[in-house]
Each structure stands twice: as C-alpha cells, then as structure tokens.
Design a protein around this ligand. Structure first.
Ligand SMILES: NC(=O)c1ccc[n+]([C@@H]2O[C@H](COP(=O)([O-])OP(=O)(O)OC[C@H]3O[C@@H](n4cnc5c(N)ncnc54)[C@H](OP(=O)(O)O)[C@@H]3O)[C@@H](O)[C@H]2O)c1
Length: 223
C-alpha cells in the first residue's frame, strides 16, 4: 500500500542509529512519522507507559521497533543475571509490549517490523543474552505473522552497524573494531544505518513479505 498524507508510522527507537535512519527515509514520503524513545518520554519496557502511548496515538499504519541496543556479554556462568533480564525487558518484552498494545490500532494494509540481530543464528560463546533475545524475537514475529494476518509482521536482523550504540567505546578501539569487522566480512564493509533502513522499507513496501527475517549483516552469517 502506498504512502498517503494520512499514512502514519511509529518508530520506537527512532531517536538514534538504525531507527533514526528509518524515520529519516520515511519522512521523505507523504504522511506522519512519530519517533519515540526514553529521551522523549517512552520507556518500551514499561507496559503501562506503552499502553498509554498507543492509546494517545490512535489509529496508524506501520510500527517499527528498533529500541534497545544494550545487552551484557560474557559467559553465562559469571554473568550478572539482573542485567541480562533488564536487556530482555527492553528488547524482547518491550517489543512484545508494543505489539500487544498496538496491533488493534493498526489499519488494514499495515505492518509491524521488529529488530533482532545476526547473533540470533550464530553460535558465539559469551553472547548468550543477544542470541537468546534475538532468537526469541524472530520466533515470536513468525507466530505474529500468522496470528495478526493479514497485517504483515517481519524482522530485520542487523549485523554490526556503525551507530551510537558503540559511542561509549574509546575512539581508537572503536575504529579498530570497525576496521577489523569490515576486513572479516564478505561484504568488505560495516553497515551504515541507512543500509539497514532500506530493509525496513522493503518489509513495509512489499505486500508478499510476511513472517520474514531480513538479514543485513554484510555476510556475517556465511563468513
Ligand atoms: N548497531 C549494531 O551493530 C546492531 C547489531 C545487531 C542488532 N542491532 C539491533 O538494532 C537495534 C537498533 O540498534 P542501534 O545500533 O540503532 O542502537 P542505538 O543507536 O543505541 O539506538 C537505540 C534506540 O533505542 C532507544 N531505546 C533504548 N532503550 C529504550 C527503552 N527502554 N525504551 C524506548 N526506547 C529505547 C534509544 O533511545 P533512548 O536512549 O532515548 O531510549 C535509541 O533511540 C537494536 O535492537 C539492536 O540490538 C544493532
């Protein structure tokens, strides 16, 4: 379904990184784009806040969720389980909170696009939190594609993408990490937020795509 001036898209996580790039691309189209995150008053891990937020938004067309890039790494034995639960509360339960509150407000022809990550299907010791929550999201999205049909539900699965998620790293270490990753990826480069945004627009725009996981990871899954 094409975008019209009444088309409304909500991007939770749209204030930074991949979500902001999605919001920027959508802003060039007719219609309204609403971005939400903690910095403008919505904590997706808080079910009451999420319910209130969607009640205020009313009917809309497309939901994109990119919120929550933080997760602890390290082997399970020795991991702080509270930080693992907190990552799940934001990314996994937050996405579930959003779909739970929003699905009945999405107009016919609408879509939901969630976000996982390449570790969902890659076995790397020390990454169990990311692996588990991203795998759970991919599995949930496939169920939702059946339960909410004909509304379409998809997941974009990023690989390493150069966003603010890495802004806490020391500059030299960050640049070295990005260079090493680019050298090891079949695509020979680290993805930029707009590379990922193209995947969300593909999910939104392509009427036969539902229950799909769209991998944009520079070939990390075949490396
Ligand atoms: N970048 C990568 O290399 C990479 C790789 C694999 C998967 N991913 C996934 O891609 C998604 C986007 O990542 P990114 O790199 O774009 O991250 P980012 O630049 O850190 O952006 C994350 C966004 O989520 C929002 N957010 C965080 N906690 C939230 C909460 N509790 N409630 C509402 N909003 C919240 C942040 O805004 P506030 O701080 O204002 O809340 C921000 O807008 C994440 O799901 C991440 O796991 C990224």
């Amino acid at each position: 379904m094409g975008f019209e001036k009444t088309t409304k898209t909500i991007v939770i996580g749209g204030t930074s990184g991949i979500g902001r790039a999605v919001a920027e691309l959508l802003s060039a189209r007719p219609g309204e784009v609403v971005v939400a995150s903690r910095s403008n008053g919505l904590d997706i891990s808080d079910e009451d806040q999420v319910n209130e937020f969607f009640k205020r938004q009313g009917l809309f067309d497309h939901l994109v969720v990119t919120a929550g890039s933080r997760a602890p790494s390290g082997k399970l034995v020795g991991l702080n389980l509270n930080s693992a639960r907190s990552a799940f509360d934001t990314k996994f339960w937050g996405s579930v909170n959003a779909v739970h509150a929003a699905a009945s407000n999405i107009r016919p022809g609408g879509t939901i696009t969630l976000t996982s990550g390449f570790l969902a299907r890659r076995t790397v010791p020390g990454t169990f939190v990311k692996t588990a929550m991203n795998a759970a999201l991919e599995a949930t999205a496939k169920i939702l594609a059946r339960e909410l049909a004909p509304l379409r539900v998809n997941v974009v699965s990023p690989g390493l993408t150069e966003t603010e998620a890495y802004s806490g790293m020391e500059a030299t270490a960050r640049s070295q990490m990005l260079q090493n990753a680019a050298a090891s990826l079949p695509a020979g480069r680290v993805a930029q937020p707009h590379d990922l945004a193209a995947g969300y627009l593909f999910a939104i725009d392509t009427p036969s795509v539902t229950g799909a996981v769209i991998d944009i990871e520079g070939g990390a899954l075949v490396a």
